[in-house]
Design a protein around this ligand. Structure first.
Ligand code: SAH
Length: 274
């Protein structure tokens, strides 16, 4: 394969070490029992797994419950210097990632993935995208994997987005210097929804955004700290009263802090009660 990258870099203990395999076999990347897989096109592969290598996501990565593969954009660059960017057409500040270079990286990353985008989304992290939320994490967690493109500089040549019909997703209404932090945040939110990643599946059902409400406040020992006691009901051992208190608090906090979420919650309730 001409212009083939050196080696896609897999993370996690079970990942195959490139040195153990002949180079030509590397295109036949192992798929661990179909575990959910994130492929990240980036100029900074060493930024991964980053924080995803810690705690629950890191343990799940080690156990092969999900897989991570970086596709180093530099490997697909032009010429001896492996150039990946050029000046913006029409002038102006900064540099733009070249479509030919990015196209080669995308073709490589998408090789062998399911045709249907619902099964394998192709995403560009972008401040112009639709804002990432829990529903998107849930949708992605039901796919078999995802390919994410991390931009740098002024971003991608727009023709790439058009040509591949790429989904643009934003971490929020602010501008980062690159897509890597956004990718890690979104992968974290997605991976924790995969079966077996969180020990306690119940915590998924109650937490913020799962039901369209923000979560109730949490407390733990000591029972009194700096003159502040834990709300008495939580110490009562009365499960019915505790559940009721938590529901009321979740509603109060959502109403006060996020009128937008509250309005959507009320609308859903109206719809569901005939
Ligand atoms: N000139 C662009 C910003 C480029 S920032 C614009 O004004 O729209 C450089 C890269 O950082 C982007 O290509 C994108 O991949 C990433 N990035 C920046 N902000 C982001 C955000 N809020 N969400 C996701 N990715 C972001």
């Amino acid at each position: 394969m001409s212009g083939a990258p050196e080696t896609p870099k897999s993370h996690g203990r079970i990942a195959v070490r490139p040195t153990l395999r002949p180079r030509e076999l590397m295109t036949d990347r192992p798929d661990l029992a179909g575990a959910w897989r994130a492929k990240i096109i980036t100029l900074f592969p060493e930024a991964f797994p980053g924080v995803l290598g810690e705690s629950l996501t890191g343990k799940a990565l080690d156990e092969g419950k999900w897989q991570l593969e970086t596709v180093p954009l530099r490997d697909f660059g032009e010429g001896r210097h492996r150039n990946v960017d050029d000046t913006p057409a029409g002038g102006g500040a900064g540099m733009v990632l070249r479509p030919d270079v990015m196209g080669r990286a995308i073709d490589f990353a998408m090789e062998g993935t399911p045709e249907t985008r619902a099964d394998w989304p192709l995403v560009y992290l972008s401040p112009r995208g639709k804002r990432f939320d829990q529903a998107t994490a849930r949708r992605w967690s039901r796919a078999r994997g995802i390919t994410m493109i991390c931009g740098r500089f002024e971003g991608l040549d727009d023709r790439v987005l058009f040509h591949y019909g790429i989904e643009e997703v934003s971490l929020g209404d602010f501008v980062l210097t690159g897509g890597e932090i956004a990718a890690q945040a979104m992968i974290d939110a997605t991976v924790r929804l995969l079966p077996g990643v969180l020990g306690n599946a119940e915590s998924l059902e109650e937490e913020s955004h799962a039901s369209g409400l923000l979560e109730h406040p949490q407390f733990t020992r000591p029972a009194e700290w700096r003159g502040l006691p834990i709300p008495e009901v939580l110490m009562s051992g009365h499960h019915g009263r505790i559940a009721e208190w938590r529901r009321k608090m979740a509603e109060k906090i959502t109403r006060e802090r996020r009128p937008d979420l509250w309005a959507a919650h009320e609308a859903r309730k109206d719809r569901d009660t005939p």
